[in-house]
Design a protein around this ligand. Structure first.
Ligand code: GDP
Ligand code: MG
Length: 163
């Protein structure tokens, strides 16, 4: 069975972009506006030679009685309950936000193996964020550019290391 990997993190860090890249088709909806992906989506994909079942999380559809944040938390918890590994994305250009720290705490509590990646790290604009990511205490962050396909070999290695 392929490894089941949930891509988690706050809105707009590039989860769906990475999901689409690894799946190789446009399944998840990507948009400049945070909150566009409607549901948790699952599809088969590949990272180098590694077959994966990928779960993209969103959970920003607005229910009347749920805040955005609680909806995100629910989606993330549901995804990591199903997954064997969580790929936690932050935005390397923004750095670590309080919301990222909340996600980190949630993931740590879950006990699931975690790979931390700082996305949007193409060029040198992500260097500071990548450094900040160390402070999350989730190990060596992988610098990625989901949009440009950079860092995929490092991501592959990081996943193998935590398995
Ligand atoms: P999600 O909300 O976490 O699923 O994020 P999306 O995948 O929808 O991406 C949010 C925005 O970030 C979109 O405008 C993407 O084009 C952009 N984005 C995603 N990956 C990268 C990247 O590697 N570099 C840059 N510069 N932008 C990216
Ligand atoms: Mg998305």
């Amino acid at each position: 069975m392929p490894l089941k990997l949930a891509i988690v993190g706050r809105p707009n860090v590039g989860k769906s972009t990475l999901f689409n890249r690894l799946v190789g088709k446009k399944i998840a909806l990507v948009d400049d506006q945070p909150g566009v992906t409607r549901d948790r989506k699952q599809a088969e994909g590949n990272l180098a030679s590694m077959p994966l079942i990928l779960i993209d999380t969103a959970g920003y559809e607005t229910a009347y009685d749920d805040s955005l944040e609680s909806r995100m938390r629910q989606q993330t918890e549901a995804a990591i309950a199903e997954a064997e590994l969580a790929l936690f994305l932050i935005d390397a250009r923004v750095g670590v936000t309080p919301e990222d720290e909340n996600f980190a705490a949630l993931l740590r509590k879950s006990g699931i193996p975690i790979v931390l990646a700082a996305n949007k790290a193409e060029g040198r604009q992500g260097d500071t964020g990548l450094m900040e990511a160390w402070n999350l205490g989730l190990g060596d962050p992988v610098g990625l550019s989901a949009e440009h396909g950079e860092g995929m070999a490092d991501l592959f290695e990081a996943i193998r290391r935590v398995l």
